[in-house]
Design a protein around this ligand. Structure first.
Ligand code: FES
Length: 100
């Protein structure tokens, strides 16, 4: 099966078709915080902790439920993402960190 190439935080990442943005990021050792995600369960996208900024999308999207697409450009720590995370957690919390 042909791989999908996307960019996460300006890093080229290869993913399998059907993977989520979260799975692609984790495979590339890019940290995205999660809360309700569990790898053995269907993604619900409820907690919104994993929101990311995807170029061309009108709103932030949950990385745990959003499928990868060829040429997709993802930012895991844009101002909008950090503001969204700060709205439901302490901004000094480790959940707002931007590194792996
Ligand atoms: S981890 Fe809860 S919506 Fe993604």
């Amino acid at each position: 099966m042909e791989k999908i190439t996307l960019t996460i935080n300006n890093k080229k990442v290869e993913a399998e078709p059907g993977m989520t943005v979260l799975e692609a990021a984790r495979q590339a050792n890019i940290y995205i915080p999660t809360r309700c995600y569990h790898r053995d369960l269907a993604p619900e996208g409820h907690c919104r902790v994993c929101l990311v900024d995807i170029k061309g999308q009108r709103a932030l999207q949950p990385a745990c439920a959003f499928p990868v697409a060829e040429g997709m450009e993802v930012n895991t720590h844009s101002h909008a993402v950090r503001d969204a995370r700060c709205s439901w957690s302490s901004c000094s919390s480790p959940i707002t960190r931007t590194s792996v």
